[in-house]
Write a protein that binds this ligand. Structure first.
Ligand SMILES: Cc1cc2nc3c(=O)[nH]c(=O)nc-3n(C[C@H](O)[C@H](O)[C@H](O)COP(=O)(O)OP(=O)(O)OC[C@H]3O[C@@H](n4cnc5c(N)ncnc54)[C@H](O)[C@@H]3O)c2cc1C
Length: 266
C-alpha cells in the first residue's frame, strides 16, 4: 500500500517578493517554505501509515534541485521515500503541464488497489487549486477535494468534506486522489531520529530521461511549450502607508474630516 503525497516548495510570502526585469518571479532570491496545505496532506498520509505500518509514504515534488532540502525535511518528518521531479524540460510549466508531469511521475511510481494520492487543496503562490483535480483527471482517478477527515477501510475511503455552509461525508473507492485543507490535522514536527536518519532513506530524482516513456510525458505537453497559459507580468503591490491615528476628540475628528474632504473622499 502506498500513500503518494504531492508537495510544492513555495516562496515564503511573509518575506520580500523578488521580480526579474522581465516581470517573472525570481525564485532564487526568495526564501522558501513547504506549501502549508501540503504539510496537512503529508500528516494525513503519516497518520494513515501509523494505522497501517506496512504502508509506504512517498513524497513527490516537481521543482528545481534546491528543493532537495525540503525533501530531506519531509523524510525527517517520517516519509519513507522522496522523489524530486526535476529537469530543464519541465521548467516554465503552468498548471496543465505541472499536473501532466506529476501524473506522469505518479504513473511511473505505479498505483495499486489500496493506494491514495494526496495533494494540498491549493498552493499559496499559484493559488489556483487546479493541480490536484487535474492529476486525478489525467490518471482517471476518483477525487475528493476539501478533505477535513479521512478514514480508510478495505478498498474504500470515507472522507468528510468541509464546504462553506456545512460538510458532507462521502465514500470513494481506492485508488483515489484527495486534496487536503488545514482543518484536517496538525502537521507533526521532524523528529531528532528522523533528522539523523533521513539520508538512509531512498531519495530519487526523476528527470526527463526517466519519465520520457510515460504516455503522459511528451515534449509538447510539458514545460513552457506544453503550457496553454503564460505569465504576462508579476509585481509586488505598492506598500501601504503606516496610517494615521486620530484621537476621539473634537479636534481629532475635525482634523480627520478636513483631511478626508481635502482628498475628495467626503
Ligand atoms: C507560463 C507559466 C510559467 C510558469 N513557470 C514556472 C516556473 O518556471 N517555475 C515555477 O515554479 N512555477 C512556474 N509557474 C507557476 C506554476 O505553473 C504553478 O505554480 C504550478 O503549476 C502549480 O500551480 P498552483 O501553484 O496554482 O498550484 P495549486 O493547483 O494551487 O496546487 C494544488 C496542489 O497541487 C500540488 N502541487 C502543485 N504544484 C506542485 C509541484 N510543483 N510539485 C508537487 N506538487 C505540486 C500540491 O499538493 C498543491 O497543494 C508558471 C506558470 C505559468 C502560467
Amino acid at each position: 500500500m502506498k500513500y503518494i503525497v504531492c508537495v510544492k516548495q513555495v516562496p515564503d510570502t511573509s518575506g520580500k517578493v523578488a521580480v526579474k526585469e522581465d516581470g517573472t518571479m525570481d525564485r532564487s532570491k526568495m526564501a522558501t517554505i513547504i506549501n502549508p496545505d501540503d504539510l496537512n496532506a503529508v500528516e494525513a498520509a503519516l497518520t494513515l501509515k501509523d494505522k497501517n505500518p506496512e504502508a509506504k509514504v512517498i513524497v513527490v515534488s516537481m521543482g528545481p534541485p534546491p528543493a532537495a532540502k525540503m525533501m530531506h525535511e519531509l523524510l525527517a518528518m517520517g516519509a519513507d521515500e522522496a522523489v524530486l521531479v526535476s529537469g530543464r524540460e519541465f521548467g516554465g510549466s503552468d498548471t496543465f503541464a505541472t499536473s501532466q508531469i506529476l501524473a506522469g511521475a505518479i504513473a511511473h511510481i505505479g498505483l495499486e488497489q489500496d493506494d491514495i494520492v494526496f495533494c494540498g487543496r491549493q498552493a499559496i503562490d499559484g493559488d489556483t487549486a487546479q493541480v490536484g483535480p487535474q492529476i486525478a483527471e489525467k490518471l482517471d482517478l476518483p477525487q475528493v477535494s476539501y478533505a477535513a477527515d479521512i478514514e480508510q477501510e478495505a478498498g474504500k475511503l470515507k472522507v468528510k468534506r468541509i464546504l462553506e455552509d456545512g460538510y458532507m461525508v462521502i465514500e470513494a473507492p481506492t485508488p483515489c486522489l484527495i486534496t487536503c485543507i488545514k482543518e484536517l490535522n496538525q502537521p507533526r514536527y521532524m523528529t531528532v531520529k528522523g533528522i539523523l536518519e533521513f539520508d538512509q532513506k531512498p531519495y530519487t530524482v526523476f528527470d526527463f530521461e526517466t519519465l520520457k516513456d510515460e504516455p503522459l510525458i511528451e515534449l509538447d505537453t510539458i514545460g513552457l511549450k506544453g503550457s496553454p497559459t503564460n505569465v504576462y507580468k508579476s509585481f509586488s503591490p505598492p506598500v501601504k502607508g503606516a496610517g494615521i491615528t486620530v484621537e476621539p476628540t473634537a479636534e481629532g475628528i475635525g482634523s480627520m474630516v478636513s483631511t478626508l474632504a481635502a482628498k475628495h473622499i467626503i
